[in-house]
Design a binder for this molecule. Sequence first.
Ligand code: UT7
Length: 331
Amino acid sequence: MSKPVRAKISALGTYLPPRVLTNSDLEKMVDTSNEWILERVGIRERHIADKGVAASDMAVLAVQNLLESHPFDLQEVDLIIVGTVTPDMMYPSTACLVQHKLGIKNTWGFDVSAGCSGFVYALNTGVKFVESGQYKKVLVIGADKNSAMTDYTDRAVCIIFGDGAGAVLLEPSEDGAGVIDHVAQIEGAGGKFLYMPGGGSLNPASHETVNQKMHYIHQDGQQVFKYAVKKMAEMTERVLEKNNLSGKDVDCFIAHQANKRIITATADRLGMPLEKVVINIDRFGNTTAGTIPIAMQTALEEKKLKKGDLLLIAAVGAGFTSGASLIRWAF
Ligand code: UT7
């Protein structure tokens, strides 16, 4: 029997819109303070896309950034998967919009809706297509324009979110590098704690849905926080145990950037020193499906991640969704 193909991340690109919203800007908009946000969440500032810039535009810019570091013919892309909960519109999918804007002719694609786990779910889906031997180049993108769904009078929500995108290229691996394994779980009972109720088939857009602020992010922060701390630890431990590994074997840990306290609590539970943990929430806030590829970029820049390293990624998000992956880094 031939050895199964492993899928490696062979290139990475990110995009963050240039406009920055600082804690002191937010102090002028809602009853909050720089000290409270820094202490309770760990954010200093976040990037916000301009009106008219959609999730697909940020996704395209992330792919163009990827091409700068890793030039290749985009016409070779077999499949595009976009993790997002802020698609440009209900349909067509963001993947279709991205394909058209990039001018890729012979490909297919779809969106993955998994909240803050969007990139991890999209990645693991793309990995399966490469492992099957069927596809050689898969673009996996996480892109969210959270500012479009944020009520900037709700202080418990508007301080958290930012906009951004990241893209990776998956290709078959020849040297053992690549995605080793993953775990994932959904628990729909948690849907009531983080959701956007308006605009779907249950509550189609109307004056009433607008008046009731149904087109904004609704969140029970404490419930999400408690679940995220528990589940982030559970999923990371599960994927490590499944592969007979422990936190000590991991060279770099990237958790979804939702709250600095969730990240440090997970690292603590895994017995992982903070030098191995990537934290950029202070600069970018929570970009939902964008956080993990953007944090991969931070890890490379800070030299916390290099070729051959064992990388652990994990996310928990709306749904509830959760997942974790083990990756042997390829470049
Ligand atoms: O990726 C998934 C997306 N979301 C998350 O992961 C979010 C997870 N949850 C969290 O990060 C935290 O729960 C929050 C940052 C949302 C809130 O922090 P917290 O420490 O859990 O605050 P809390 O909800 O327990 O509220 C404590 C107090 C309340 O005041 P009272 O009732 O004690 O007087 C809030 O009204 O803090 C108040 N508060 C604020 N004060 C200043 C809530 N938001 C703010 C704010 N500035 N922005």
